[in-house]
Design a protein around this ligand. Structure first.
Ligand SMILES: Nc1nc2c(ncn2[C@@H]2O[C@H](COP(=O)(O)OP(=O)(O)OP(=O)(O)O)[C@@H](O)[C@H]2O)c(=O)[nH]1
Ligand SMILES: [Mg+2]
Length: 422
């Protein structure tokens, strides 16, 4: 799979509830309010981590939930804010909302974005005290944390791209050095889309993309064309694979030139990339003499001799690749595909409420009104009054009147039903 993707539900933590308490101390008669505020709920944060290569760790985690803030306590003690939940993803991860809008592209190491905001803590009765109501008998509940469905996509930024003519052994190499199981066969164009593998070496890991074979004229659309070359624009290293045996009747040096020409025609970026040359099929008879000729023509560039099929010579190759991967800077380019689809992410300005009439019941919904509802603790008359006032100030009563509400009709918010009184 070239684009690694995971669908997740993320919920930030709820705010802690505010506390309703009175000061009761010896010799202090009318102690006044003494309840502290709740703490903020955890944000869910996604952070790019240069050490990660795939989204595999997220695949088994369908839901991510941030911790709730602590509740406020008496003696005006505020609840603690919850620590953010930080999810590490590889560099190159794109996070989208359920409509496909991009929330963030994490393109540099340690870059981070808040994907779901934690709820604020509810206010305790100390904070809620006003001149007209110096000792409220209610406190707010914590604000619910934001919850949303997201998709995380990784445009695989392979460290190394395996490039070469068809049937030179690219997929065989990938199967030997990595966890991948690509299809291998003696006919051309066995590989139709890029395969990715993760290589573990003594000192680290890197990723390799095995690309479909290129042929002369690929840049003009022959064979599978060059559409896959754009994937290696983002790689650090090109590993150029050559069938040194000339088993299909071609000259290995000509093969080398053909591929270089196609790379160059595709883009100057590719031709200037760090390249290593791998001579494969060294088990076949003609390979030794061909290699001598090849080396003469190419001016002693270091060439790695391998027999992919027998897993020979590959240890040296992967050690060298690991070294280069560690040395070279991360090349993270903006993919045009991403840019095209990139829209500025904005919260839709929501209507504060919607009222639907069903028989004699009025159902009120909307993010704002539901939030006020969830933050209200309905255990005292005063809290209920305050809730009613808030609805009135939002214009809900006026709207209900317009819709013909009568005394005693049922008004419903979420699961809560109450009778309408003027
Ligand atoms: N003798 C010999 N044959 C090899 C070696 N490596 C691969 N082959 C054979 O070469 C053929 C092509 O191998 P693949 O790995 O499928 O080649 P590819 O470059 O991925 O080919 P495409 O996906 O079609 O571009 C297969 O029959 C392999 O068994 C090798 O070191 N020696
Ligand atoms: Mg292949």
């Amino acid at each position: 799979m070239f684009v690694d993707e995971v669908i997740l539900e993320v919920s930030a933590g709820n705010g802690g509830d505010g506390c309703m308490a009175y000061r009761r101390e010896k010799y202090i008669p009318m102690g006044g309010p003494y309840g502290g505020n709740g703490g903020r709920g955890a944000n869910v944060v996604f952070k790019a981590d240069g050490g990660l290569k795939t989204l595999i760790d997220l695949r088994y985690q369908k839901k991510i939930k941030g911790k709730n803030g602590n509740n406020g306590e008496g003696k005006n003690k505020h609840g603690k804010n919850a620590e953010d939940t930080v999810i590490k993803v590889p560099i190159g991860s794109t996070i989208k909302d359920s409509d496909g809008n991009i929330i963030a592209d994490l393109l540099t190491d340690k870059e981070e974005v808040i994907v779901a905001y934690g709820g604020r803590g509810g206010r305790g009765n100390v904070t809620l005290a006003t001149k007209t109501n110096p000792c409220p008998s209610y406190a707010e509940r914590g604000e619910p944390g934001e919850s949303r469905n997201i998709k995380v996509e990784l445009r695989m930024l392979a460290d190394v791209g395996l490039v070469g003519l068809p049937s030179v052994g690219k997929s065989t190499i990938l199967s030997m050095i990595s966890n991948a199981n690509p299809k291998i066969a003696s006919y051309h164009f066995t590989t139709l889309s890029p395969n990715l593998g993760v290589v573990k070496t003594k000192t680290g890991t890197f990723t390799v993309a095995d690309l479909p074979g290129l042929i002369e004229g690929a840049s003009t659309g022959l064979g599978l064309g060059h559409k896959f070359l754009k994937h290696i624009e983002r790689t650090k290293i090109i590993a150029h694979i050559i069938d040194m045996s000339g088993s299909e009747g071609r000259d290995p040096y000509e093969d080398y030139l053909t591929i270089r020409k196609e790379l160059k025609e595709f883009s100057s970026k590719l031709i200037n990339k760090k390249e290593i040359i791998i001579a494969n099929k060294m088990d076949l008879e003609s390979s030794k003499t061909n290699l001598v000729e090849f080396k003469k023509k190419i001016n002693n560039i270091n060439i790695y001799e391998i027999e992919a099929i027998n897993n020979k010579g590959l240890d040296t190759v992967i050690e060298e690749l690991q070294k280069l991967v560690d040395e070279l800077p991360n090349e993270v380019l903006f993919d045009e595909d991403i840019q095209e689809k990139h829209v500025l992410y904005k919260f839709k300005s929501e209507k504060p409420f919607i009222i639907k009439k069903e028989n004699n019941m009025f159902i009120i919904s909307g993010a704002k009104v539901e939030k006020i509802f969830k933050m209200t603790n309905f255990n005292t008359e005063e809290a209920l009054d305050r809730f009613a006032k808030k609805l009135r100030s939002m214009g809900i009563d006026d709207e209900l009147e317009k819709m013909g509400v009568k005394e005693g009709d049922i008004v419903k918010i979420l699961d809560y039903e109450f009778e309408y009184t003027k």
